[in-house]
Design a protein around this ligand. Structure first.
Ligand code: PHE
Length: 458
């Protein structure tokens, strides 16, 4: 059976950017920034972007292309292909595949809220705003609305089923007609809606939103000795760039052999960062600053990841002219971002079943989506499921697996081999010194992070 390849260059870049750009950029990032002190979070964030994010992005692209040419697209096959497909190597690879599968179980449930809230906003079913300078009073109706919805209500379950069905259909249509097509329409729409809402948020209350941007971009070096900030910032880099679980490598395995992996990797990271540190930074936090003031923002963040996106944002947007419409745009923006990512989180499992088990595409998708559906219902009904899995699978396992990827794909594959693969079809020549630098500095950085995490948490 011949494996599919992305049809166009632009389609492949959009698909990879859609993979990376998701709820991580528009919800997870603002809440972490607010929680860990704005400028204090951004210093480790950018250090991690350059020391971990970019190197691993290039590693996953190069290795994905390399393994794809041999017919492998999941970590099971990719890691296996470096060890003669020994049993142990396949088990380790399969642990890698389990990370996105675990994540997608709660991710897709949150995705279904965004679709539900978009529809409810459009139909005028969101609570009416309370005009009050006190953020607690202003948010009250939206807090109880969210609680009732995620109880879960019947509406929530209906939208979960719809969301699962949408993902199912797109994956069933395959790489080109499913994922690539969705990304080709979705990504430009996402960027337009994001720029629009960024503009709305920054300009609120006579451009008071800009203070929110300043909060994020005024570097604060005083908290750099706190290992928790480093761990969370690095975890965010992995999560937002879809690294450390093979999701990027899986997409990269569907390129033609003569594609430029370096260029594709840099585009993926660049577009993702644009939608995170420019667009993502300009919406939720600036809006909260403009309307509720600087003091409210860290308080809101402490109340959980969903507070700002699902309660503060609608409370703010609904009180503006055309509020229902603005709220619809916000939740639809989140939905598109989430959709192109949930596809990417499921595809590694599909690839495993197709490439390694030799199942037909349709059987592979059906079984994968059945599993994801079961997990999604679990996350809907088990309290605490989302936060726990987000920490263990969505932060910690990523760091471990990222370390493993560097060891296998650079050290065991060999620096020379890796360097040759990296420069194959690359538009710039990457010197070997840089490979050595990444191969040493990134793992050391990761080991230190994990060590401090162990010391403080265990
Ligand atoms: N990067 C996505 C986000 O920011 C999440 C994701 C992780 C998607 C891994 C695919 C694979 O929301």
């Amino acid at each position: 059976m011949k494996r599919e390849t992305w049809q166009t260059k632009i389609g492949l870049i959009f698909a990879a950017a859609g993979n990376a750009i998701g709820l991580g950029n528009l919800l997870r990032f603002p809440s972490k920034v607010a929680l860990y002190g704005g400028g204090a979070f951004m210093v480790p964030y950018f250090v991690a972007l350059f020391l971990l994010g970019i190197p691993l992005m290039l590693i996953e692209w190069v290795i994905g292309r390399y393994a794809g040419a041999k017919g492998h697209g999941s970590m099971t096959g990719i890691i296996g292909s470096f060890f003669n497909h020994s049993y142990g190597s396949r088990v380790i690879g399969s642990i890698g595949v389990s990370i996105p599968v675990l994540i997608v179980c709660y991710y897709i449930y949150i995705e279904s809220w965004t679709l539900g809230f978009a529809f409810l906003s459009l139909l005028g079913k969101m609570p009416q705003p309370v005009q009050s300078p006190d953020y607690k009073a202003a948010m009250e109706p939206y807090v109880s609305f969210f609680k009732d919805y995620t109880e879960p209500s019947l509406t929530a379950l209906v939208f979960l089923v719809i969301t699962l069905a949408i993902n199912w259909v797109i994956l069933q249509r395959g790489i080109v007609k499913g994922i690539e097509l969705t990304a080709k329409y979705g990504l430009p729409l996402l960027i337009l809606m994001g720029i629009f809402l960024g503009f709305v948020s920054l300009s609120m209350n006579g451009w008071k939103g800009v203070e929110g941007l300043l909060f994020i971009y005024t570097p604060d070096f005083s908290k750099l000795s706190d290992p928790q900030v480093w761990l969370e910032a690095s975890g965010q880099i992995f999560f937002t760039l879809s690294l450390g679980m093979g999701a990027i490598a899986t997409y990269a395995s569907y390129v033609k052999r003569n594609e430029d992996a370096v260029k594709a990797g840099l585009w993926t990271a660049g577009l993702n960062e644009f939608v995170e540190v420019v667009i993502g930074a300009s919406i939720a936090i600036p809006a909260a600053f403009a309307v509720f003031g600087a003091l409210a923002v860290p308080e809101l963040a402490k109340e959980g990841t969903f507070r700002i996106g699902f309660m503060t944002m609608p409370a703010i947007l609904m009180s503006l002219p055309f509020g229902s419409l603005l709220s619809t745009v916000w939740f639809f923006l989140l939905f598109i971002a989430a959709l192109t990512s949930s596809l990417a989180l499921t595809q590694p499992l599909v690839a495993l079943l197709e490439d390694e088990m030799r199942w037909s595409h349709s059987k592979a998708v059906n079984v994968s989506m059945l599993l994801v559906s079961a997990g999604a219902f679990l996350s809907a009904f088990v309290p605490g499921f989302i936060d726990d899995v987000d920490f263990w699978a969505g932060t910690l396992m990523l760091l471990f697996f990222g370390l493993l990827e560097i060891i296998i794909f650079v050290w065991i594959f060999g620096v020379n081999n890796f360097h040759r693969e990296l420069n194959t079809n690359s538009f710039i020549r990457i010197p070997k010194a840089l490979v050595y630098f990444f191969a040493v500095v990134s793992p050391v950085f990761l080991v230190i992070l994990l060590y401090f995490w162990g010391v403080t948490k265990l």
